[in-house]
Design a protein around this ligand. Structure first.
Ligand SMILES: [Zn+2]
Length: 304
């Protein structure tokens, strides 16, 4: 993926590319706009352009060592500060992360003070910046007031209202507008690819899943009973890979229906789904989890 894969947001991309071209990349940015329009994705692609060893037409190559490592979040000069990062850093559960805490911003400060690995710069992408606690925001403000040399901070925020004005005034604000339905449809297709790649398991899994689906006749979610949901989640929850495969099957079905119905809630559903999908990796109660997603899917199915 690269900047050319960012859907919509031509204005934001134009600004960022122009800054790269004219060597006027700022110390701090706020990418703001409603949830799920691609702010974080754009920030990551932007970081890739900055470090790409084979930059072409002001975009990253997506293949070089830096690009690959940034995607895998293993590139030392690019830190994505989000709830995942915080959970790891504080050794807490991801579910407990609701706000960005001061300890994490202090860690950002520490990392920012270290010499960069590339010798170029360091980039910090701070997701859900609007959730920063007051002390965390103050601590970040101090960093932004005297930014360590060659550091770039990109704050991702759903809105500007929750951020202190003192922070806003230090940053270049880049607005991300909501996407239109055509753009949403193509994102749906993209995300499916990602899920599919991630859920790559075994042929055995696929055929087993096909068997289960055939047994339960869940081609029409409208008619699935509560009892059937229970039995199905009993069966699937025995295996994490199987659960992931099933989710893939379910989302494909839901997307087809929602696109067909021109449902406006498609994108919300997708966002929720991606979150759930990642949660499977954690030690959650798979049975309860499957009960919930199946029940929700049935409600949505009947509503649309
Ligand atoms: Zn590259």
């Amino acid at each position: 993926m690269s900047l050319k894969n960012v859907l919509g947001h031509n204005n934001a991309i134009k600004i960022l590319k122009n800054e790269i071209k004219t060597n006027s990349v700022k110390h701090s940015y706020i990418f703001h706009g409603i949830k799920g329009v691609g702010k974080k994705f754009t920030a990551i692609q932007f970081a890739k352009v900055l470090f790409c060893q084979n930059r072409q037409k002001l975009d990253c190559c997506d293949k070089c060592n830096s690009c690959t490592k940034i995607d895998k979040q293993t590139y030392p000069d690019v830190t994505i500060v989000d709830f995942n990062f915080q959970a790891n850093f504080l050794e807490e559960k991801i579910e407990q992360q609701k706000v960005i805490k001061i300890d994490v911003i202090r860690e950002v400060q520490r990392l920012a003070s270290l010499t960069s690995y590339s010798g170029i710069q360091k980039v910090f992408i701070i997701d859900s910046a609007e959730t920063m606690q007051r002390h965390a925001a103050n601590s970040l403000l101090k960093i932004l007031e005297e930014p360590p040399k060659n550091c770039i901070f990109i704050l991702i925020s759903t809105g500007l209202g929750m951020l202190p004005k003192t922070i806003l005034s230090r940053c270049e604000l880049i607005k991300f507008l909501p996407l239109n339905i055509q753009q949403l449809k193509s994102i749906a297709a993209d995300k499916l690819d990602v899920i599919y790649e991630n859920s790559f398991g075994s042929i055995e899994n696929i055929s087993y899943l096909e068997k289960i689906i055939a047994n339960f006749e869940i081609n029409n979610l409208k008619n699935i009973s509560y009892q059937q949901i229970q039995t199905l989640s009993d069966e699937l929850s025995k295996d994490k890979e199987l659960t992931k495969f099933f989710m893939f099957y379910l989302i494909e079905k839901m997307i087809k229906k929602m696109v067909y119905d021109k449902s406006e809630s498609l994108f919300d559903y997708l966002e929720q789904f991606i979150k759930y999908y990642h949660l499977v990796e954690y030690n959650l109660d798979l049975k309860l989890f499957l009960d919930t997603i199946l029940t929700n899917a049935r409600i949505l199915w009947n509503k649309n």
